[in-house]
Design a protein around this ligand. Structure first.
Ligand code: SAH
Length: 207
């Protein structure tokens, strides 16, 4: 994909991700493979593997590496999964998912961010991704039902369209709240929806 900065990625995976309990081998491998520095502004590439979120323009951020790994693991990704992402941003989370699953569908509100993400993903030869500009709170019907949906901006309440577009046993990984936010996993079961709260988080608001 991109052999640069392999040692920085190894250190990131060991000290920030595996050390904090992410175990899924496919997730650890994807975090090692996807060149995070290609998804941050050129002047900040040397900071790409730091243990923090970073600005990507338009007032938006690429999430901290651990959070990307954790959210990916929480989707329980498999090689045949179809996954929807809300908030393409830099395209980094998209690329991590695409390294593991069959197809990724990702919606972004900002035209410029979506266009730049498309360029980066294309340069890296990542082809199993569909991108569109729009309001991700409405999901993306054409790709539904999804085995998992990952939301990378926080709404104040779970958008019902996202729950509706989950497959049976599908998982919705979503930060919810405003000043204080919680990461939730909602699982669609034959009897309804199960909810599990994972940890407090801080995301940009879903608009
Ligand atoms: N997954 C991204 C994180 C981007 S931050 C990454 O790995 O870089 C969250 C993104 O959600 C921002 O790019 C923001 O523009 C976008 N966003 C906010 N509200 C949205 C909405 N209603 N629909 C789609 N995208 C939205």
């Amino acid at each position: 994909m991109d052999g640069d900065r392999v040692e920085e990625r190894q250190r990131m995976v060991e000290t920030q991700i595996a050390a904090r309990g992410v175990r899924d081998p496919a997730v650890l491998r994807a975090m090692l493979r996807v060149p995070r520095h290609r998804f941050v502004p050129a002047a900040e590439q040397h900071l790409a593997y730091d243990d923090s979120p970073r600005a990507i323009g338009q007032g938006q951020t690429i999430s901290q590496p651990f959070i990307v790994a954790l959210m990916t693991e929480l989707t329980r990704p498999g090689p045949a999964s179809r996954v929807l992402e809300v908030g393409t941003g830099s395209g980094y989370q998209t690329a991590v998912l695409a390294d593991i699953v069959g197809e990724v569908w990702s919606v972004e509100l900002e035209v410029d961010l979506s266009a730049r993400a498309a360029e980066t993903l294309n340069e890296l030869g990542i082809g199993n991704v569909h991108l569109k500009v729009g309001d991700g709170a409405l999901g993306w019907k054409e790709g539904a039902p999804y085995d998992a949906i990952v939301v990378t901006a926080a709404p104040t309440a779970v958008p019902s369209a996202l729950v509706e577009q989950l497959a049976e046993n599908g998982r919705l990984v979503i930060p919810v709240g405003s000043a204080s936010q919680e990461l939730w996993v909602l699982t669609r079961t034959p009897d309804g929806v199960e909810r599990e709260s994972v940890l407090p988080v801080r995301f940009v608001p879903l608009r």
